[in-house]
Every structure is written in C-alpha cells, then in structure tokens.
Design a protein around this ligand. Structure first.
Ligand code: C5P
Length: 396
C-alpha cells in the first residue's frame, strides 16, 4: 500500500475526464489513502456527487455556503477540509480552474480551499488542445509552476472533442504513480542513474535463441524507485513485456553486446550504475542468417564470451558508483562476497535465484566492505526503495 495513512482531498472541476477520476478515487483507496472529494458545480455536470460519495465512502463537499449536516463544525469548510490533508489533487483541472488558481481567485469552495491550503497542490490538466496551447493557459501554467504547484501531465493523444494533441488528462494509473512518487523523499535529486534489467537474448538464428528466466521486475522496480527519488533514470532493458515506469528513459536491447553498447553510451555521464540484468555469459559465435532447418541434422553451437558490462564500467576512469546483483542457487552470501571482489565494486546485492526470478517479492543481502545487511522479504518495489536509500547514502 503505497499511500498508507495519506489523506487526499480530491478536487474535481468540469471536464469529460471526470469519469476517469471515479476510477482514480478507487485506486487511491486501494493504495491505503482516504479520499475527500470536493466538486465544482461544473464537475457535477459530468459525474454526480452521489457517485463520488459512494466511491469514497464520505459526503462530498460542493458548496462553500452549505452548513447542512453539520459537516464542518465552525462552518468553515474552505479552511478545515485541507488542514488534515497530505495533498490536494485536482483532476480534472479545467483551463478555467488553472486560470483562477494562477491569479489567486477564490469564488467557489474548491478554489477557496486551494487558496487557503497549507498542503501541496497537484493538478491534472484536462482540456482541448487549443485551450492548452493558448498563450493565456501557458502563461497560467508557468505561474502555477513558479508557485510550486505540481502539474501532472497533460498527455498527448486523441481527445473527446475529436481533435488530437496535448491536453488529455493522464490515465488514473499514471496519476496514481505520479502521486505515489510525489510523496517519496528526493534522495537522488539531480543524479543520473543508469540501470540494466531483464534477461538478454542471444540469437542462434532469426527465430531461436539463448535466454534465461529473469523477468526484469527487480530492475524495473529499482528504476521506478530511483525516479521516485528524483533521479534522471536511463533503463537499458533486455526483452521483457513490463511497462516502463513513469518518467524513465528506456532503451530496449536484445543481446548482451547491445546492452553493453547502450550502457557505454551513458556510463560516463551517470553517477550511479546498477547492473540488475541477468546478462548471458556466452553468445553463439555465428548466428545463422536464416532459420536452421531440422532436416539438416543436429547443429553444433559454438559459443564465445560476452563482454562483462559491470566489470567494464567499474574499471572506467571516473566510474559511477557501481552496484552489482548476484542471483545464486546456494551459499548466497559466500558467492556474493566473492563476486563483489571479482567485479571490483563497492556494493553487491545478492539473492536466491529460485526465490527471486519472476516473483513479486524477495529477500536481499547487501554486501559491502563492512559486511552483510539483510533486507527482509518484501515486495520488489519496497526493496528497491530501501536499496535506493542505501545507495544515496554512499554518494559523495
Ligand atoms: O558475472 P555474474 O553474472 O556472476 O555477475 C552478475 C552481475 O554482473 C550482475 O550485476 C550482472 O548484471 C552483471 N553482469 C554484467 N555483464 C555480464 C555478466 C554479468 O554486467 N556479462
């Protein structure tokens, strides 16, 4: 539960994207947050307050003058609603709403409580492409950013009006990921982090190859955690179907050689390199250019060693802080310690291969010059965040 204990004021203004915010309200609660919806009059043209009440399990605030039901003891909802909130998230945020906030206007409950807030404000713009591109909106957006307000999106794409372009509200899962990231400490702000993840695939012929059981989940979780911590993240990924974490620059590769080449392009400008990929140790010397036919007899495969990406980066002048991974089937700590020495790296993360490959959680051993620290079994994302915190402490 990534938002455990958080109280979110979910503001809604007028826009067809309001229907997606019904889903967002649910997802916020799935992650452990409590949600207080506040709707503008226009928002209620798209979704009713009854819908939001049913989804959040709380009466919805719609009117700054209402004292009905004694919802707020002193009849000051514009102050009280946000005093217990960890953040206000306004989604959808209309062009008109952004204009009012940029100019400090307070003419309904939502804009008034935004002006009176002490907590952070995040807004997810949703509007027609021309409205978004209009210089007035862009001026307002610049003002909002300068005022420390976080804008989530908008995205590009098809719009409800039939036009295409920037102004689409982010999808609920994207808003959720951005909000979760917002609350993470920015331990790696301004740092560039390079990560390898997943298996590699070494071709035998155009349709066959040698690969392994790495799912890429751990490396992708680390990329997400590094991004949440404010880093500029490049993820070099072997073949995997996993979605790219938000805000992460992904380079897809197939073979170890391609992974090596992509890494070497970014290593010199990175402060941290985390080699999570399960890189194939060998490749087929001459992959066949056409499919090997069964009728031509059992083929003999000649193998040659792949470059050791981690060792290469670790031996660079001005090498980034290098972190290696070891998946072992037995004697995890001994093998991990030996591997840390052989790779010449300050930190090695070891785990049990049969335990880690493909699963959603694992136990990690962090092995450095001082000894071993156990990160007890937890989700890969939780482990990734712990590892990122540990790495941040090691940076100058
Ligand atoms: O050499 P070994 O596979 O045992 O070491 C594992 C660590 O080295 C992992 O961090 C892995 O990503 C990295 N590695 C690499 N290039 C290779 C083999 C492993 O970067 N060719």
């Amino acid at each position: 539960m990534n938002l455990h204990g958080k109280h979110i004021v979910l503001g809604m203004t007028g826009g067809i994207a309001a229907y997606k915010v019904c889903e967002l309200a649910r997802r916020l609660q799935d992650e452990g947050a409590t949600v207080q919806a506040v709707m503008s009059r226009a928002a209620q043209e798209f979704v009713t307050a009854t819908t939001m009440q049913a989804l959040t399990g709380r009466p919805v605030f719609t009117d700054q003058w209402s004292t009905e039901g004694g919802r707020v003891d002193n009849a000051m909802p514009h102050i009280d609603i946000t005093r217990v909130a960890d953040a206000i998230v306004v989604a959808p945020a209309s062009a008109h709403f952004l204009a009012r906030v940029a100019n400090g206007m307070a003419d309904d409950l939502l804009s008034t409580l935004v002006l009176a807030r002490r907590c952070p404000l995040l807004a997810a713009p949703a509007m027609n492409v021309e409205m978004w591109n209009n210089p007035a909106t862009q001026r307002n957006v610049a003002t909002l950013r300068a005022d420390g307000i976080t804008l989530l999106g908008p995205a590009d794409g098809d719009q409800a009006c039939g036009e295409t372009g920037s102004g689409r509200m982010l999808e609920p899962h994207e808003l959720l990921e951005d909000l979760v990231a917002f609350f993470q400490p920015k331990l790696l702000a301004g740092k560039r982090v390079l990560i390898t993840a997943g298996p590699t695939f070494e071709p035998i012929d155009p349709v066959r190859g040698i690969t392994n059981l790495s799912s890429g989940k751990m490396g992708f979780a680390i990329a997400r955690a590094a991004r949440e911590a404010g880093a500029d993240v490049t993820l070099v990924a072997g073949p995997t179907m996993l979605p790219t974490p938000r805000g992460v620059a992904r380079i897809d590769v197939q073979s170890a050689q391609q992974m090596h080449d992509a890494v070497m392009q970014h290593a010199a400008t990175s402060q941290v390199f985390i080699a999570v990929a399960a890189v194939a140790d060998w490749r087929v010397t001459h992959a066949a250019p056409t499919k090997i036919k069964k009728g031509s007899g059992t083929p003999t495969l000649h193998l040659e060693a792949n470059p050791d990406i981690l060792a290469t980066v670790a031996h660079m002048n001005n090498a980034p802080l290098c972190v290696g991974f070891a998946a072992e089937t037995n004697d995890v700590e001994q093998h991990g310690t030996a591997k840390r020495h052989s790779k010449n790296i300050p930190l090695l993360v070891a785990n049990l291969a049969q335990d880690a490959f493909g699963s959603d959680d694992n136990e990690l051993l962090l092995i450095d010059a001082l000894g071993t620290t156990v990160l007890k079994r937890a989700s890969k994302l939780a482990q990734a965040r712990r590892l990122i915190a540990d790495i941040a402490r090691r940076l100058p």
